[in-house]
Design a protein around this ligand. Structure first.
Ligand SMILES: NC(=O)c1ccc[n+]([C@@H]2O[C@H](COP(=O)([O-])OP(=O)(O)OC[C@H]3O[C@@H](n4cnc5c(N)ncnc54)[C@H](O)[C@@H]3O)[C@@H](O)[C@H]2O)c1
Length: 256
């Protein structure tokens, strides 16, 4: 049950946060893992007994080479996790800079697009592709125009890919987390989001990267064979409605 034994998994952004937790979990579950990251993760790969391949997901040529290298090392891929991403400091639309939008687009969408373009030729039929989207791809956050727009695009291209790859029984899904406790969440400019976490998310805390990795494990396993084209919410209940803690905060000092 949920074995990943000998499955070949490519995890972009595998050096930190969600990617790192996924690398560790997949290794423990018996997968042959490629850590694909722009930063050098050779020491981590040596420690975990897997392999590191350098990639810049914003470069089409680099992503193409990643899959060629993977096939040379381990053979065809069973699970592809298009996860690498960046965030830029928030700015309101009146201050929008196209350069900033393109920067986020090139990494957060480019990585997914090139993964979907070049990955399948190097994959076994019946494999699983998982894209890391975001709650920000489903709802708007003031000041996060670039990030929200791009994550919305990730959700849409996931659906298209699921339809195009269904004949090969390759499932394509994405996950839409709210704030996850990774270095990205603690980036400069993100202070407000961290302050809100206690009562905006109904579960009253951030998501842990290991919780996303657990979902990815399920989605990559052969037990999960009828799920495709979905954008799964992992938002601590946010989309269910306003949580009790938020209601308490909003009504503080108000006589009901
Ligand atoms: N942290 C959050 O609150 C949150 C919430 C929702 C979605 N996400 C998404 O989760 C994914 C993982 O983010 P995280 O929180 O683990 O961030 P993180 O900063 O901890 O890790 C990101 C990883 O991606 C790598 N990377 C960055 N640019 C790259 C490039 N051009 N090529 C290859 N690798 C590159 C980094 O080196 C790093 O290892 C991202 O797609 C992010 O948008 C994060």
């Amino acid at each position: 049950m949920f074995s990943l034994k000998d499955k070949v998994a490519v995890i972009t952004g595998g050096g930190s946060g969600v990617g790192l937790a996924t690398v560790k979990r997949f290794c423990e579950a018996g997968a042959k893992v490629i850590i694909a990251d722009i930063t050098d993760q050779q020491a981590l790969a040596d420690e975990l007994g897997c392999r590191y391949v350098h990639v810049d997901v914003s470069s089409e040529e680099s992503v193409k080479r990643l899959f060629e290298a993977t096939e040379e090392i381990y053979g065809k891929v069973d699970a592809l996790i298009n996860n690498a991403g960046i965030i830029v400091p928030g700015e309101m639309l009146e201050d929008a800079q196209m350069d900033e939008y393109l920067k986020v687009f090139n990494v957060n969408f480019g990585g997914v697009l090139y993964g979907l373009k070049y990955g399948p030729a190097h994959m076994n039929d019946g494999g699983s592709i998982i894209n890391t989207a975001s709650l920000a791809g489903k709802i708007g956050f003031p000041g996060y125009g670039a990030y929200c727009s791009v994550k919305g695009s990730v959700i849409q291209v996931t659906r298209v890919a699921a339809l195009e790859l269904a004949e090969r029984n390759i499932r394509v899904n994405c996950v839409c987390p709210s704030t996850i406790d990774t270095p990205m969440a603690h980036a400069e400019g993100n202070e407000l989001e961290l302050m809100l976490k206690d009562y905006v998310w109904p579960l009253g805390r951030m998501c842990e990267p290991e919780e996303i990795a657990a979902m990815y494990h399920f989605m990559a396993a052969d037990d999960c064979t009828y799920l495709t084209g979905t954008a799964i919410d992992m938002d601590g209940g946010y989309k269910a409605g306003t949580g009790m803690k938020a209601i308490g905060k909003l009504t503080e000092g108000v006589e009901l």
